[in-house]
Design a protein around this ligand. Sequence first.
Ligand SMILES: *Cc1c(COP(=O)(O)O)cnc(C)c1O
Length: 429
Amino acid sequence: MTASGPPSGQAALSAASVNASPDGHGAPTSAPSGPSPAVMPTYGRQDLVFERGEGAWLVTADGDRYLDLASGVAVNALGHAHPHLVAALTAQAGRLWHTSNLYRVEGQERVAERLVDMTFADRVFFCNSGAEACEGAIKTARRYHFVNGQPERWRIVTFEGAFHGRTIATLAAGGNPKYLEGFGPEAAGFDHVPFGDHEALERAIGPETAAIMIEPVQGEGGVRTVPDQCLKGLRDLCDEKGLLLILDEVQSGMGRTGRLFAHEWAGISPDIMAVAKGIGGGFPVGAFLATEEAAKGMTAGTHGSTFGGNPLAMAVADAVLDVVGESDFLTDVQTKALRFKQALEALKDRFPNAIAEVRGRGLLMGLKLQPALQPPAVVKAAIGEKLLLVGASDNVVRLLPPLNITDAEIAEAVERVGRALEGLEGQGR
Ligand SMILES: *Cc1c(COP(=O)(O)O)cnc(C)c1O
């Protein structure tokens, strides 16, 4: 920060300076008419600004209400402004925000123990995002073999179409050339195999392989579910070859598929798992979980995070677990998902020239579009109907409602998707 940076301390706390324009003159009271060039333009954003949220709805300053099936990309698992989460965050905000990991953090121990009780895992490390969770999972796997006296085992097998984040290592893990371009040499140690190609997988495994890393349902990759049989096969393969199985449940976890974690459908468990998105309900929280055995290399000094698992984050994660852990919550998600999927199948029958396939598991849903139609066109048409959707690869549009969406909202959402598709048909696209 240079001397020309913004004022610090008390001045920054006054309402006037919070609302001040970047040059310090004037105080705009409503959202500016176009995106500010002060924000690095790395996103292809919609020109929409929301002022507040209520459950499955986002509201603009003008009072326009959008039905939110983006959920901040599967983050707002309990919708917006859930009273239990708001109460937990505000109560914690008045007590203690941050102490760093130089000291014990009570909330961290509580949330870790709850996650251990609810999953396969014995150990949890908290971080702040999905990419960090995946990085930590990769480090844990490599370190496991290192302390086992096999430091040569450090390579990780990943799958084409995967998405594990935007750090240098997780980009290499995902292997998407579009995201890697211009960022220097690709981080070494990742072997990509085509999705569903068993022979290529066997060929990719060698004496240097440490782990196999996979999303049980690819999200960004186009809502592609790994069949239960294949997950079982991966588990067996890992056991046979002494590899660790890393599951990236950043998007598929925290109840999104109707089980707490998607791998539970296959009746298997991983050695290491990355979690983020829904676990914070909108507050940045990430975590990686491991069995005691897989975590045995992660000893004092091997990994760290300044913010990871801070009291604010843990208060919210604890509250999310309260709700998602309620006895009927996950069966409700399954019931809603079934209803939603049936309605989408009916839409597919009505619009065979637009929808090629209804995909997904639980409330991680996708519409694979016919080749003549592209996701951005559908996302835009949906915005015209005040409905928020998310694009994905493989010509898919994602529907990621809050897990507590009501039946009436599901019906409304399907209506709006139908009107959007009708509009596109009317235009001849
Ligand atoms: C979103 C996502 C990530 C990256 O999470 P960030 O919080 O954006 O770093 C990693 N893996 C999967 C499966 C994701 O969906």
